[in-house]
Design a binder for this molecule. Structure first.
Ligand SMILES: [Zn+2]
Length: 335
């Protein structure tokens, strides 16, 4: 009996040891597999290639010649210098992306070009000439819809010096914390581009009020994308933009892009990141506009130096914008 019990005990002990070893082995294998998976996930290239027929081995190319893109039917290429990544409606200007000041200034006075549906602080407020029609149309429609025309453009394009004056003034008056949150370092302000405006409300009694979305003004944020504008620094994107909530600061990016950003809830930083997932060779980003138009959007990385061969359609209308970082966004109107 005793013998038997000892035997039983011993057997139990052996069994338990075997179980423990098996569990440890399983754990080790599991951890190894998990580690490999995690490494794989970290090193995996962006989006998966679209499923399709296996690509044949590429023909050998002369290593000196830059490889021309495999063109789709109906496309051709246009040559554009790398410097053009700093130009266009979609350029990202911020603490990590300095503005490249152009030799020829495209700015015009808002006062001299605006309709009567809104106000402007003075004759010196300027914006990129190309955005004036959209600014006018937006405030004309806002006035038609609400009967309100007391929105005032208080700031548009700023030179390096005017941003520096502003920066120094706020630094002296409000302190470091304030400028870090609200005032861009000279050279890094989106206002340099002439594509951004700051709005206020100018009441008939002569008082100025901060711009908000309250009451009739909600029309503006609801419809801004139809005129190509976005709120550039939303309250839920502070961690991404690095700029505090600025309800008054609107930026022109073009209708298709503004409406895509609004639909998907993306700020410009996030949107450009998304566009980089749509190279010419792969699937393009499609935008179906509410007016029945359709756009195809793709991203082309710029050559490190010299000219980039941009694939573009021969027959269809398209626009090209740099991202002010390393490439170009091509927007094709396909319908
Ligand atoms: Zn602003």
């Amino acid at each position: 009996m005793r013998q038997y019990r000892r035997y039983r005990l011993k057997r139990k002990y052996v069994l338990r040891r075997a179980l423990l070893i098996a569990a440890a082995l399983l754990l080790a294998v599991g951890l190894f597999a998990l580690g490999r998976w995690a490494v794989g996930a970290l090193t995996a290239p962006g989006p998966a290639e679209p499923a399709g027929p296996a690509q044949p081995d590429p023909a050998p190319v002369d290593p000196v010649e830059p490889q021309a893109p495999q063109l789709r039917e109906g496309d051709t290429t246009v040559s554009t210098p790398r410097a053009n990544i700093h130009r266009g409606d979609l350029i990202l200007v911020g603490s990590q992306n300095a503005y490249e000041f152009p030799e020829q200034e495209p700015y015009v006075s808002v006062y001299e070009n605006k309709t009567s549906s809104y106000k402007v602080r003075d004759r010196n407020v300027r914006v990129d000439e190309a955005i004036v029609p959209y600014l006018n149309a937006m405030f004309d429609e806002f006035y038609a819809a609400t009967g309100v025309r007391d929105v005032i453009v208080v700031s548009g394009e700023r030179s390096y010096d005017s941003q520096k004056n502003l920066y120094d003034k706020y630094l002296a008056e409000q302190g470091e914390q304030y400028v870090r949150e609200y005032v861009a370092t000279p050279g890094y302000s989106e206002h340099h581009s002439g594509l951004a405006v700051d709005l206020s409300i100018y009441k008939s009694d002569g008082t100025m009020h901060n711009y908000t979305d309250e009451g009739d003004y909600s029309w503006i944020i609801d419809n801004a994308c139809l005129y190509g504008f976005v709120r550039r620094y939303p309250d839920d994107k502070v961690a991404v933009t690095g700029v505090s909530y600025e309800p008054w600061h609107f930026r022109y990016v073009g209708r298709a892009h503004a409406c895509l950003m609004q639909q998907r809830g993306l700020c410009l930083e996030e949107y450009l990141e998304l566009l980089r997932q749509y190279p010419y060779e792969g699937e393009h980003l499609i935008f179906d506009d509410s007016d029945g138009s359709r756009y195809e959007i793709y991203y082309v990385e710029a050559e490190a130096e010299g000219e980039t061969q941009l694939p573009v359609p021969q027959e269809l209308a398209y626009t090209v914008s740099g991202d002010n970082a390393g490439g170009f966004v091509v927007t094709v109107k396909t319908a």
